[in-house]
Design a protein around this ligand. Sequence first.
Ligand code: PMP
Length: 339
Amino acid sequence: MLSEERYNYEGSGMAVMEMSHRSKGYLKIFEEVKADLRKVMNIPENYEIFFMHGGATGQFSAIPLNLLKKKADYIVTGNFAKKAAEEAAKYGEVHLAYNGKEENYKRIPKQEELKLSKDADYVHLCANNTIFGTEWDYIPETNGVPIVADMSSSILSKEIDVSRYGLIYAGAQKNMGISGLAVVIIRKDLIGEAKEYTPVLYRYDLTQKNDSMYNTPSTYSIYVLGKVLKWILNLGGLKEMEQRNALKAKTLYECLDNCDFYTPLAKKDSRSRMNVTFTAPSPELDAEFVKEAAERGLLNLKGHRLIGGIRASIYNAMPQEGVEELVAFMKQFAKEHAL
Ligand code: PMP
C-alpha cells in the first residue's frame, strides 16, 4: 500500500517523505491524521494531541519536566515503568505507590494495594507491560489526581475513556505504525507549568503553541499513523479492534492453559492481550522452540532478555490466522518434546 504511492503522492510528483512539513499538501495530511485520531479514540475537545520526538522514553523526561511541581506517584509494574520513575526522580520527589519488582512484575496491583499520595501532581502507570506480559484491566481511583499513562504497547487496541486520564502517551512503533514518533494526548489545563530549563522540544506549551511544529516533525511516521487510523476506521473502529484482540488473546491463553508443557509467566488476572509470555520446560527448550518456530515463518518469539522464555506479541497487525498457526505449532512442539 505504501510502496505504490511512494514516489507520486496524489499526483503531486512528490513522495510524502519529500514534502516540506509546511507545504499545503503535507498540512492537509497532518490535519486529517489528527482529526482521525480524535475520531478513533473519541478524544474530547479539552484534550490536545501532540506529535513529538524522542519516542516514549522522551516522555519519561518530558512528563516530569512539564507536570512535576512537588511530588509524583509512580506505579512500577515493569521495566519501562521503572525507567520512567527513575527519570522523574531527577526532577522532583517521586513516591513509589507500588513496586512489583520483588514478584518479578508478574501481576498488576489491586486498587487497595496502591499507596497513593493525596498531594501528588500526577500518578504515572504503564497500561501494558511489554516485557512481562501484564496489562491493567481497570483504571485506578486516584481521587482527582491526574493519571498519566504509558500506552506504548496497547494504544488503539481497545476502546478507552480518554476523559479518565490527564495524559496518555505512546511510542508509535507498535500499534500506531512506525518508529520516530511519540503521540501525546493531554488535558489542556495541565499545560503551561514547565520547568524553566525544559528543552524547547519537550515543552508542552511550545508544542501546543506551534501545533507540534516547533521544528520539523516526523512527517512520514505521522503519515503512516494516518494510514493505520484509516485501516482501523474501515474495520469498524476500536470496538472491532478490541473484539479481534480479545479473540486472539483467548486463543493463545487457552492453548497455554490446556497444555502442561508450557508455563504462562503473568498471573491469570493480569494477563496482557498484546504480549503473551510463557516458558517451555527448560531454557534449552525455549531456544529450540524459537528456532523451530522461525523455520516455519513464526518470527520474533524470543522473550525479552530480562526474563527470557518466549513472548508472542500479538499487536493489532497480527491476524487471528497468525495466532492459530502459532497455536498449531505450540501443540505439535509440546507433543514432540514431551518429557
Ligand atoms: N514504554 C513501553 C510500554 C514500551 O513498550 C516501550 C518500548 N518497547 C517504551 C516505553 C520505550 O519506547 P521508545 O523506544 O519509543 O522510547
